[in-house]
Design a protein around this ligand. Sequence first.
Ligand code: TMP
Ligand code: ASP
Length: 235
Amino acid sequence: MEKREQLYEGKAKKVYATDDENLVIVSYKDDATAFDGLKKGTITGKGVVNNKMSNRIMQLLEKNGVPTHFVQELSDRDTLVKKVKIVPLEVIIRNISAGSFAKRFGVEEGIPFAEPTIEFSYKNDELHDPLMNAYHAVALGVATWEEIDTIKAMAFKINSVMKEFFLSIGVKLVDFKLEFGKTADGEIVLADEISPDTCRFWDAKTNEKLDKDRFRRDLGNVEDAYAEMMRRVFG
Ligand code: TMP
Ligand code: ASP
């Protein structure tokens, strides 16, 4: 399958049309942003890591009964996926306190939860992705109640599959962000990516951060962290 015209360029990926109207090619860049695009940089090799890791995880999820947009890896940076309409909700699952949760509730990072939490935010950089509950999403026509229920069930299932997988490679899955899309025939599937850009990964023994927080917080060794996650996932 070959790339036709570019349909869209996001902060970390480009999307191209193909000869099949139901399929597009995503191409992963090394560009990194944080704080809704305010902080910009490059993480050399990130596009390759995110493409390959995301594809590996999506295939694992498919095997566990979770429908995803994944179709076929085409190269180091390019993947063929189902064309979807993205539901403009960022779905965040947390297993351990960190990031905006710790800040919002005035708690330290690293508190494990007895049960995972879920939250939605409205995918809109200009508004800084405001927190949104299910009633808000339905009121604004972002999703139906049925779609919200489907998304919630899929998100918790994804969490259990991923938590177990990452623990088996010595990584705590602290939290992560998911995006869902609707295919031409109306099916809700996992879309976007699953990578160190979209998950918090802590080494299970040392709690060393192995994700984009190294870039967000200027912790150094950013490329090393992505490479280490790649090494463990494909170990
Ligand atoms: P948060 O603690 O900043 O709300 O982030 C929660 C998770 O979501 C974390 O794993 C990083 C991920 N995330 C994104 O993928 N995109 C974003 O724009 C933000 C703010 C967080
Ligand atoms: N990628 C997001 C942005 O630039 C932020 C983040 O991942 O922290 O808005």
